[in-house]
Structure formats: structure tokens, C-alpha cells
Design a protein around this ligand. Structure first.
Ligand SMILES: [Zn+2]
Length: 225
């Protein structure tokens, strides 16, 4: 088995300690982590970096953070955008939307894959997606995906959206992902030490090599590597 963790963080480089894991997509969640991630990547070519401000940390943003994000992304064409998004259970939704939209626009301008966190805000995310032509959108990965069939159907209309399955799949409240075809599924730890990716792949009964190839596609902006 060969797996790439589709979503983790700088304190949890999954391939260093999990069997069968050969790479880790690592999301920086605030500007103070961006440089740390750049350093980590210098020493480990199996770390794939995404840079952004997480909706939980919008209070950390300083003026022109989006400009600095864009400048950083321009230094390396492999850099991606994340973790960004919206979370209904965290304060300051207006600010969250503003910070999210700015980063979303950077990802679109530079055509970089982005990793989205969405909790209870599918209406808002779908509304934002509608403002763009499908051909304008880069690859979008919905992280720790969990939504109802109606949302899944709407998202599936976007050919470049992928669904990353993580800790939600371990809970009973997880909704079924049968509707999502094998060519759109990824797996992730989200930095959670209790998630063993090998077991997660078995649990969701999706083909392991499909999942691996999907991750390569995401890393190559939709191109088969
Ligand atoms: Zn995360």
C-alpha cells in the first residue's frame, strides 16, 4: 500500500511514523507558520506545502497578508493554498469570509490547488463557487469531508473538486460517501495521532491505488503525474 496524507499540519509529518505513508500534504494555518513550513520542506522532499490562514485564526491576520501570501506562492510553483475556509462554530463570520475570499482569489489567480475547511457553511461556500466559471477554478480539496447528499450532488457538478476523508469517517454521524466516485477521494489525518491511514483506507472500502493516484493529481494541479 502507498498513501499520501492529503491533509496534515506542521507538527505531524505523517510519513515519518506511519507505515505505508510516503508523503504528507502539510497545511500552514497562520502566517507565523509559513516560514516554518518552508524550512521543513527544504529538508524533506516528501512534504507538500499549502499556505494560508485557517478560519479559526482570522484574528491573527495583519494588513496585506494576502499580498505576502501571493508573493510567497510565486517563489515556488508547487506551493498550494490552505488551510482556508469557513466555520460556523467559530466567531466572526464576516471576517472569516473576508479572509477566505482574499485567499481564494489568490489561489485562482495563481491557479494553485487549495484545501478547504468547511463546517456548517456550505451555503456560503457554494455561493462563492457560483461566482466563478468552472474553468477558472483550480483543484479544490474539501478537507475532512462530511456533508449530506444534497450538498454532495452540488459539489460533484464541479469536476475539479476532490473529497478528503478523515476523522469524520470514524464516527457514526459520518454520512455515506458512496455517491462520490473513486477518482475523487483522498484520505487524511488532519494531524490527528489516532488516525492510521492504512486502517482508514480499509474502512471506507475505496481502492488504495485510486486514492494514491488522486493525491498525485491534486499535487499536479489536475494532471496525471
Ligand atoms: Zn487541518
Amino acid at each position: 500500500m502507498k498513501i499520501i496524507d492529503a491533509h496534515s499540519h506542521i507538527d505531524h509529518i505523517t510519513h515519518n511514523f506511519q507505515e505505508d505513508v510516503v508523503g504528507t500534504i502539510c497545511c500552514a494555518t497562520k502566517e507565523s507558520e509559513w516560514g516554518v513550513l518552508v524550512e521543513l520542506m527544504k529538508h524533506d522532499k516528501n512534504i507538500y506545502g499549502a499556505f494560508g490562514v485557517h478560519p479559526w485564526f482570522v484574528d491573527s491576520v495583519v494588513d496585506d497578508f494576502d499580498k505576502r501570501l501571493e508573493d510567497l506562492l510565486k517563489t515556488n510553483s508547487k506551493y498550494m493554498v490552505g488551510e482556508i475556509g469557513l466555520d460556523k462554530y467559530k466567531p466572526n463570520m464576516e471576517k472569516q469570509i473576508e479572509v477566505f475570499q482574499k485567499q481564494f482569489d489568490v489561489a485562482i489567480r495563481l491557479k494553485r490547488t487549495m484545501f478547504l475547511h468547511c463546517v456548517g457553511a456550505w451555503d456560503k461556500i457554494l455561493h462563492i463557487l457560483k461566482q466563478y466559471k468552472q474553468s477558472e477554478l483550480p483543484i479544490i480539496v474539501m478537507h475532512d469531508f462530511n456533508a449530506n447528499d444534497e450538498i454532495i450532488e452540488k459539489l460533484l457538478q464541479y469536476k475539479n473538486i476532490f473529497f478528503s476523508v478523515g476523522k469524520n469517517a470514524l464516527y457514526d454521524r459520518f454520512r455515506r460517501i458512496d455517491k462520490i466516485s473513486n477518482d475523487r477521494i483522498l484520505v487524511e489525518t488532519d494531524g490527528d495521532k489516532n488516525i492510521v491511514l492504512k486502517n482508514l483506507v480499509n474502512k471506507i472500502s475505496k481502492n488504495e491505488s485510486d486514492i494514491y493516484n488522486n493525491t498525485l493529481k491534486v499535487l499536479n494541479n489536475g494532471q496525471v503525474a
